[in-house]
Design a protein around this ligand. Structure first.
Ligand SMILES: [Mn+2]
Length: 323
């Protein structure tokens, strides 16, 4: 009845809707922040819980986060095998992060996480190796990522994981790693990618201690229930920690180990295939926000759009603010 009424009231010409020659694409949802007077920044929360047996030393993960100039964060996970050679695995990861932080405003780096990694590795003199991820948000809303190994990063938008990076590993549980030794990987081996973010997007990044012990659905729940990035980072780390010491929890790590048992049997027999995986757990939660820039800076936006000068200018502004 309703349909016939509508049909009766609507002249036929209204039924002939011209089709747009360019229907909206899914990609348009990921378009960068375009508004002329807005720029993207990150609000960043972090939380680190060391391996239960490494609590006294602080563990072997290291990280830094900096909300200036849009936003940058990095995580390094010192490879624990070095302890067998009487090398403290934390020294390399900590120095790598310290150097990454130091080169942040370097002219040559210019907001490129892979170049930042190159400089940081070259400046690191400690013996050891580490997996590492560096992420830099441009003011246009593009997140640039360089990752070596199995640190993870996911982007959550409207309650769904819309972006995730894949770990790089030689074989199960032996990730690519930046190393003091020639046999290791370098910045050239990094997985390099960019993702265009929108206001409200949540980035969850962490060492393997996080993603080996927590499922996507749990991450999504915690993100949706938390009131801020600090609270979310803490809650994620605590749940991962709880699972990591739970021998009955069927963790992502155990599931993967079982699925690769055939290849493991050839070289190692003592992998856990049930329960959580005890490890250092580092969590970074970052929320993308758009902030209005002052009117008198509006004229610069056009030339910044989509190119690499964005970060350089943003860094310069941050430096000016500090003076
Ligand atoms: Mn780890």
């Amino acid at each position: 009845m309703a349909a016939s009424t509508a049909s009766h009231l609507s002249p036929p010409r209204f039924y002939v809707r011209p089709r747009s020659p360019h229907p909206p694409l899914r990609r348009s949802r990921f378009s960068p922040v375009r508004a002329a007077k807005l720029e993207a920044v990150l609000s960043i929360g972090t939380h680190l819980i060391p391996h239960p047996r490494k609590a006294a030393s602080g563990g072997e993960d290291a990280f830094f986060a900096n909300s200036d100039a849009g936003g940058v964060f990095a995580i390094a996970d010192g490879v624990s095998g070095w302890a067998e050679k009487n090398v403290n695995p934390a020294l390399f990861s900590r120095e790598l992060m310290r150097n990454s932080s130091n080169f942040l405003n370097d002219e040559e780096v210019n907001g490129d996480p892979q170049i930042l990694l190159m400089k940081a590795q070259a400046a690191t003199s400690s013996i050891g190796s580490a997996t590492v991820i560096i992420a830099v948000l441009e003011k246009t809303g593009t997140l640039k990522i360089a990752s070596v190994g199995d640190c993870g990063l996911k982007v959550i938008r409207k309650g769904q994981v819309m972006f995730s990076i894949s770990p790089q590993e030689h074989y199960f549980d032996c990730p690519y790693q930046i190393s003091s030794e020639a046999v290791g990987q370098t910045y050239q081996d990094a997985l390099v990618c960019s993702v265009n973010l929108m206001d409200g997007d949540m980035i969850v990044s962490g060492s393997d201690g996080l993603f080996d012990n927590i499922f996507d659905q749990e991450i999504i729940s915690i993100i949706s229930e938390s009131s801020g990035v600090d609270e979310a980072a803490k809650a994620l780390a605590e749940l991962a920690r709880k699972h990591s010491v739970d021998v009955t929890f069927d963790s992502p790590y155990s599931m993967e180990a079982r699925s690769k048992q055939d290849q493991l049997a050839h070289w190692c027999t003592n992998f856990i295939t049930v329960g959580g995986k005890m490890d250092d757990i580092t969590v970074v939660v970052a929320q993308v926000k758009t902030v209005a820039i002052p009117e008198d800076e509006g004229g610069d936006v056009e030339e910044l759009k989509g190119n690499e000068q964005g970060i350089a200018v943003a860094v310069a502004s941050a430096e000016q603010n500090e003076e």
